[in-house]
Design a protein around this ligand. Structure first.
Ligand code: THU
Length: 136
């Protein structure tokens, strides 16, 4: 699966965003090491706190289906579904990635012109918390 193909699936997921409060439509496509893809969109809530980001929707769908090994995630987003620049994952989503992914897990952030930036998790979340590392 190419980064471009994964980004296409993230754009498809973005169209399903439920974002009546912020107007930001976000889509993610998460690639497992076995080659399966799980899509996710942001799902907002009138009480705000229950809102789930697109990345976590994709991770929670995958993990709840038994997946534990991931290679990469593509993320796109923008106001009203118009991609106007990078939409980097929030800190909470980075921490969820940290729970299941290796330092070389790749985050493809889509740009308005169809291009993307690829950043490994170790660069996106340096010094991230991991109980495995802290409790030894
Ligand atoms: N959002 C995501 O889906 N992913 C992120 O990493 C950052 C923020 C969503 C949450 C909310 O629905 C909207 O973008 C504005 O914050």
């Amino acid at each position: 699966m190419t980064p471009e193909a994964l980004l296409d699936l993230a754009r498809e997921a973005m169209m399903k965003a439920y974002a009546p409060y912020s107007g930001f439509f976000v889509g993610a496509a998460l690639l497992t090491k076995s080659g399966k893809v799980y899509q996710g969109c942001n799902i907002e809530n009138a009480a705000h706190t229950p809102t789930c980001c697109a990345e976590r929707t994709a991770f929670f769908k995958a993990v709840s289906e038994g997946e534990r090994e991931f290679r990469a995630i593509a993320v796109v987003g923008g106001k009203g579904g118009n991609i106007t620049g990078l939409f980097p994952p929030c800190g909470v989503c980075r921490q969820v990635m940290m729970e299941f992914c290796q330092p070389d897990f790749l985050i493809y952030m889509g740009k308005e012109n169809g291009g993307y930036e690829a950043v490994p998790l170790e660069k996106l979340l340096p010094y991230g918390f991991s109980s495995g590392k802290c409790m030894q």
